[in-house]
Design a protein around this ligand. Structure first.
Ligand code: C2E
Ligand code: MG
Ligand code: MG
Length: 766
């Protein structure tokens, strides 16, 4: 037996599902994003300033160029105007002063050609106005002298060549438009006779002189002295949307009095000449910075998230792998014998069924063999079961070594091995059986001991000795019985005559059925007492059969037959019902009535509706579910883990307590028991038997007691026969004891008497 340490629990709460302790602090992505945004903004602003500076310089250059074109244009236009005026003045000089018709005719044409000319007038050499054509300017009045200041005389008498004089009108028109007088001398070859005055409306003249192309893109303001003479009506810089104005002076007549030109871009000009690059740089830069900030934020967060997810995934994978491993281990346990790791009874049935199916198709000879060690019990009894276990562990590989890879070897229980083989002929199977027996003859070494042990083999051939796996196993068992009786160390093949033995079992099962009907079965109860104070705490119900022929049939014998034939269901029901009736009676005698422990076979556990059946019975007999303990062997427990766990949980939910019976002879892992709602562990009596002498049994028993306590389970030691055993168990803190030291299994009435009169055994003296 081995007591396995509790497996490393894979508890979901221990998974590091909470956040991983990352190398970066949690707020790092946000910090970085802000940093990127700030850096991006600064960079964008710098770039924008650079682009803006370059752009403005380029625009200023263009405006300057355009201004230059404009000034040139104006100069050319004005020069043309002056030239035509000079030609008019020259013609006027030839006119007859008395006849003004030519003058009128000429000026009419002239005024029609230049609509911006407000009036044309002539004076004599004393500047008296002789005639005015066109409209009447405020400061040029017929028959009056011009009042154009001293510069007029200087210019008139001086030699200024063909160049005229420009005089800005002192007054403006009623609508505010300013006038400009352009004077040309009227001269023939000898001397100047007078002055030709062309009066311009300044804004109209400039409109006419300035090129139409520039007008769209350029906004122009002209001032003379303090007065804005163009445009009309005047506009302020703000409302004209002048952009980057360029200022230059134009001195049309070269007399030093100039017009001040301010030229800038109109909205249209700015659109055409300006560039969107600075704004594009600004907006683009801002957008890119924002984008980079968002990307770095998301990127880092995604990175952190990915690391967290990876960690969680790893943890989950580990958990899943652990769970899968423990599931596989449990599944393996259910079909394998823990001692030799060979398939157990359950595993054997599955494999044999497959082999049988294959044989039916191939037409080969198929045989099932039972191999039982001769006098193994003696070794176990004399040297202890630990030695026995090790001997079994040594025998398994010896047998396996003599088989073919597709033959079957399993442990049926105790010292019985189950084998199956497919061969071409029957004598090959018999030869294999002989080889197996011969293989044992070499003996085995276990520790310091050398063992020579023989075996007996029973063989059942398909189909003569059985059509099904169950039949073949049963008949191989019968043949084995024959081999043993024939003197051991030999094999026997199942024959028709051997049906006798099988018939015995058949008879027994028939007798059982009748016995059940006739009431030959009854239940005995064995007290279970608390180790500390020997108080009667519980009783175990043990089934008894008094055959009609008068002898007692041992439970080991009839329970197995009942399980094989399916009678166990009825038998179990009988025991449960009877025990509950008795318990109800004891409860009527004493409120301190003991709890009732009932053995449950694997077949019963497997039956559907078991939990419901129990609840109905408990209800019918008014028994508190807490008072009913169910004893289930460990082997049955792990046989069908998933199903049994569900059932046990149902039973536990109803309130019944689960006791693991015969603990220590099977896989014996307390750690696995933890997975079930087990309340009590019952230590097998084989450990208790030698407790006083055997150090190893002491160690095992002590371990079971202390580990069970650690896992929240109580312990019962069964088969306690001596004071020494009891003393030791108390020392190990075993919770309860049961055995002949206190009482044999007794009748229900005897238990009733104990409750009424008190127990005959003494209270603790040890
Ligand atoms: P078990 O459940 O381990 O029952 C304890 C067995 O140990 C009983 O044998 C009991 O008489 C015996 N025992 C008790 N004290 C001592 C002691 O001090 N020394 C020794 N040498 N033996 C002691 P029993 O009554 O022969 O039963 C044998 C087995 O048959 C039981 O083992 C149990 O597995 C099975 N069994 C008995 N009744 C029922 C039943 O109603 N249903 C089922 N499914 N199995 C039963
Ligand atoms: Mg029991
Ligand atoms: Mg037991």
């Amino acid at each position: 037996m081995r007591v396995a340490p509790p497996p490393q629990a894979t508890d979901a709460t221990t998974l590091p599902l909470t956040e991983e302790r990352s190398r970066l602090p949690r707020f790092a992505p946000l910090m970085l994003a802000i940093l990127v945004l700030v850096a991006g903004s600064v960079l964008t602003w710098l770039v924008h300033q650079q682009v803006l500076g370059a752009h403005e310089r380029s625009v200023a250059r263009q405006v300057e160029q355009l201004s230059q074109f404009l000034a040139d244009d104006l100069a050319t236009g004005f020069a043309t105007l002056v030239a035509s005026q000079q030609r008019l003045a020259a013609r006027v000089a030839t006119f007859d002063r008395q006849d003004q018709s030519l003058w009128r005719f000429d000026t009419a044409r002239y005024l029609a050609d230049f609509p911006f000319i407000y009036s044309l007038a002539i004076t004599d050499d004393d500047f008296r106005v002789l005639s005015i054509e066109g409209r009447q300017p405020p400061d040029v009045v017929a028959d009056e002298r011009l009042d154009f200041g001293p510069a007029l005389r200087g210019w008139f008498e001086g030699d200024s060549g063909s160049f005229g004089l420009l005089v800005k009108s002192a007054t403006s028109l009623s609508d505010g438009r300013h006038l400009l007088h352009s004077l040309e001398k009227i001269a023939d070859d000898e001397a100047a006779q007078g002055v030709l005055i062309a009066t311009y409306v300044i804004p109209d003249a400039l409109d006419a002189l300035l090129s139409g192309v520039f007008r769209d893109v350029l906004a122009i303001r002209v001032t003379a002295g303090e007065q804005v003479v163009y445009p009309h009506p005047p506009v302020s810089f703000e409302s004209s949307e002048l952009y980057r104005p360029n200022v230059f002076e134009v001195d049309l007549d070269g007399d030093g009095s100039s017009f001040r030109f301010e030229v800038g871009l109109t909205a249209l000009g700015e659109q055409q000449l300006g560039s969107r690059l600075p704004m594009a740089a600004l907006y683009g830069g801002a957008a890119v910075s924002l984008l980079l900030a968002v990307i770095s934020l998301l990127g880092l967060q995604a990175g952190q998230q990915a690391r967290r997810m990876a960690k969680v995934n790893r943890a989950l994978n580990r958990a899943v792998t652990d769970q899968e491993r423990s599931r596989q281990e449990l599944a393996h346990l259910a079909t394998h014998d823990p001692l030799t790791d060979l398939p157990n009874r359950q595993g054997a049935k599955e494999r044999l069924a497959t082999m049988l199916g294959e044989t039916r198709r191939s037409g080969e000879v198929f045989a099932v063999m039972f191999l039982d060690l001769d006098q193994f019990k003696d070794i176990n009894d004399s040297l202890g079961h630990q030695i026995g276990d090790r001997l079994l562990q040594a025998i398994a590989p010896r047998l396996a070594g003599l088989l073919r890879p597709d033959d079957f070897l399993g442990r049926h229980g105790g010292d019985e091995f189950l084998l199956a083989a497919r061969r071409g002929r029957r004598d090959e199977v018999e030869a294999l059986a002989a080889d197996l027996l011969a293989g044992m003859e070499r003996g085995f070494t276990v520790g310091d001991n050398r063992f020579f042990i023989s075996a007996s083999i029973g063989i059942a051939f398909y189909p003569d000795s059985g059509e099904s796996v169950d039949e073949l196993i049963q008949n191989a068992d019968t043949a084995l019985f024959k081999a043993k009786h024939a003197g051991r160390n030999q094999y026997a093949v199942f024959t028709r005559e051997m049906f006798g033995h099988a018939r015995h079992r058949l008879h027994l099962s028939r007798d059982m059925r009748q016995g059940l009907e006739r009431g030959d079965f009854f239940v005995a109860y064995q007290p279970i007492v608390r180790a500390g104070d020997h108080r009667l705490c519980g009783v175990e119900a043990l089934c008894r059969w008094k055959h009609e022929k008068g002898y007692m049939v041992p439970p080991q014998e009839f329970i197995r037959i009942a399980e094989d034939t399916g009678l166990i269901g009825r038998l179990g029901q009988f025991v449960m019902e009877q025990a509950l009736i008795d318990l109800a009676d004891w409860q009527a005698i004493s409120p301190q009535a003991p709890w009732l422990s009932v053995n449950v076979s694997g077949v019963q556990v497997r039956e559907s509706g078991f939990a419901e059946f129990l609840s109905v019975l408990l209800h019918r007999h008014r028994v508190d579910p807490q008072r009913l303990h169910l004893e289930i062997t460990e082997e049955i427990l792990i046989e069908n883990l998933a199903r049994n766990r569900a059932l046990l949980e149902d039973l536990d939910a109803i309130g019944m307590r689960i006791v693991v019976d015969d603990f220590g002879v099977g896989y014996s892992s307390l750690a696995y028991l933890k997975n079930f709602p087990v309340s009590i562990v019952k230590i097998d009596r084989s450990f208790v038997a030698d407790l006083a002498q055997d150090a190893e049994d002491q160690a095992i028993t002590r371990t079971i007691c202390s580990l069970s306590a650690d896992l929240g389970m109580e312990t019962i030691a069964e088969g306690v026969e001596s004071i020494e055993q009891l003393a030791m168990l108390k020392q190990f803190n075993c919770s309860y004891v049961q055995g002949f030291l206190f009482s044999q299994p007794v009748s229900a009435e005897a238990i009733g008497a104990l409750l009424r009169e008190g127990v005959p055994w003494s209270t603790p003296t040890v």
